[in-house]
Design a protein around this ligand. Structure first.
Ligand SMILES: NC(=O)C1=CN([C@@H]2O[C@H](COP(=O)(O)OP(=O)(O)OC[C@H]3O[C@@H](n4cnc5c(N)ncnc54)[C@H](O)[C@@H]3O)[C@@H](O)[C@H]2O)C=CC1
Ligand SMILES: O=C(O)C(=O)Cc1ccc(O)cc1
Length: 356
């Protein structure tokens, strides 16, 4: 039994990005983890990563369903057949649907904790899994009607992975993620689509702005088509509102004051996004450092940060083709910025004036 966790064995159904990331983090804490997947190759890799043999899933104290939205009913059927009586947790990106599906099954609704980690990557699959994926991220649960032990186990699991529990009703969650996750995914995909068929020489000019706004366009269409379909009623009004804003912009694109208003409204919106631990909006200092285009520069900067205990909150790298130098910008706290700038300069790095 792990020192901190109230359970010692976990079965994870779905050995992709999310399932294997949870498994890796739990294995590191001494929990016995059994990985299952419909794909035997994937299951083999995931189980090998856990460093143990795996056991019968029906014997696990806690089962986590980490499958696509459409596969959750199959997980329910598997557990029904195994007369599974213990705690079940899911991680699917929408919440009303799985709650309804469990309520219609012979599984106990009070032993089922619906959850959603607001962490992930644009790359799916077992190969993309990382034990630290959930560190510092919000992880939604809906505790409505959930029995005490199931709730305590779910919270212990989430907190042990370094995530922050946010309890809200499934219906509120689905409205919220339509805005903060599903709309951004669709906009990112539509934006990236505009790039197809354009001259490669134009795309060579791409900077951080395009990269920031299109990163999640690399996401898996199979996974996302199901998420969007399951939450379409919450997403549709947001798309209509956006379409109306786009139409107004098209009509007023020649008006400087209208465009200034669009940019200003965006500033007001971005200021509302909380910092990485769900606290107040970001207040970082951005430190630009010129680096040479040779291997090891990034690692060397991280090493210097560690020497003065500077915590990197975020970073961006700008690099033009054929250029022998690049620019790395570190986002750090105000106090870390001053210490880090002085330290890097004393070590001979080319550090430029910080900006807020
Ligand atoms: N990708 C992301 O960033 C996030 C995904 N999620 C949710 O987590 C769930 C898993 O997503 P990912 O790990 O990204 O997907 P993934 O595609 O990396 O992994 C899903 C795995 O489930 C397996 N699978 C499908 N049907 C199965 C079945 N009936 N029985 C056993 N295994 C089955 C697939 O073979 C695949 O290995 C999804 O419901 C998704 O909405 C939640 C938060 C973030
Ligand atoms: O990569 C990102 O920034 C994400 O936002 C990943 C993500 C994808 C799906 C979810 O349900 C939650 C998070």
């Amino acid at each position: 039994m792990s020192a901190k966790l109230p359970f010692s064995s976990v079965g994870i159904i779905g050995s992709g990005l999310i399932g294997t990331s949870i498994g890796l983090a739990l294995s590191k804490k001494g929990v016995s983890v059994t990985m299952l997947d419909q794909d035997s190759r994937t299951q083999g890799i995931a189980q090998a990563l856990m460093g143990n043999q795996g056991e019968e899933i029906s014997g696990a104290e806690l089962v986590i369903a980490a499958v696509p939205v459409s596969a959750f009913p199959m997980v329910i059927t598997t557990l029904e057949r195994a007369t599974f009586k213990s705690v079940l947790i899911d991680v699917t990106s929408i919440k009303i649907k799985p709650v309804l599906e469990v309520s219609k099954s012979s599984l106990s609704s009070s032993q089922f904790l619906p959850t959603h980690p607001m962490a992930g990557r644009e790359f799916s699959g077992v190969e993309s899994a990382r034990a630290d994926l959930f560190e510092g991220r919000p992880w939604m649960i809906d505790s409505t009607g959930v029995e005490q032990q199931a709730l305590a186990w779910g919270k212990a699991l989430i907190e042990s992975l370094g995530a922050q529990v946010i309890d809200m009703p499934a219906a509120d969650h689905d409205q919220a993620v339509a805005l903060v996750s599903h709309l951004p995914q669709l906009i990112s995909s539509l934006l990236a689509k505009q790039l197809t068929g354009k001259p490669a020489s134009w795309l060579e000019l791409s900077g951080g702005g395009l990269r920031d706004t299109t990163r999640i366009a690399a996401s898996d269409p199979t996974l996302w088509k199901e998420i969007i379909a399951a939450n379409s009623s919450a997403i549709a009004p947001l798309l209509k509102s956006l379409a109306s804003d786009l139409n107004s912009l098209v009509s007023n694109i020649e008006s400087e004051s209208f465009v200034a208003g669009v940019i200003k409204d965006g500033q007001a919106g971005i200021a509302l996004i909380p910092g990485k631990h769900g606290g107040k909006a970001r207040e970082y200092t951005y430190l630009p450092i010129v680096i040479e285009d040779k291997p090891g520069q990034l690692a060397a900067i991280f090493d210097e940060c560690a020497k003065v205990s500077a915590n990197i909150e975020d970073l961006s790298i700008e690099h033009s083709p054929g250029q022998e130098t690049g620019l790395i910008t570190l986002a750090v706290s105000h106090s870390d910025a001053a210490i880090l700038k002085a330290h890097l300069e004393s070590e001979g790095w080319d550090v430029h004036a910080p900006r807020s």
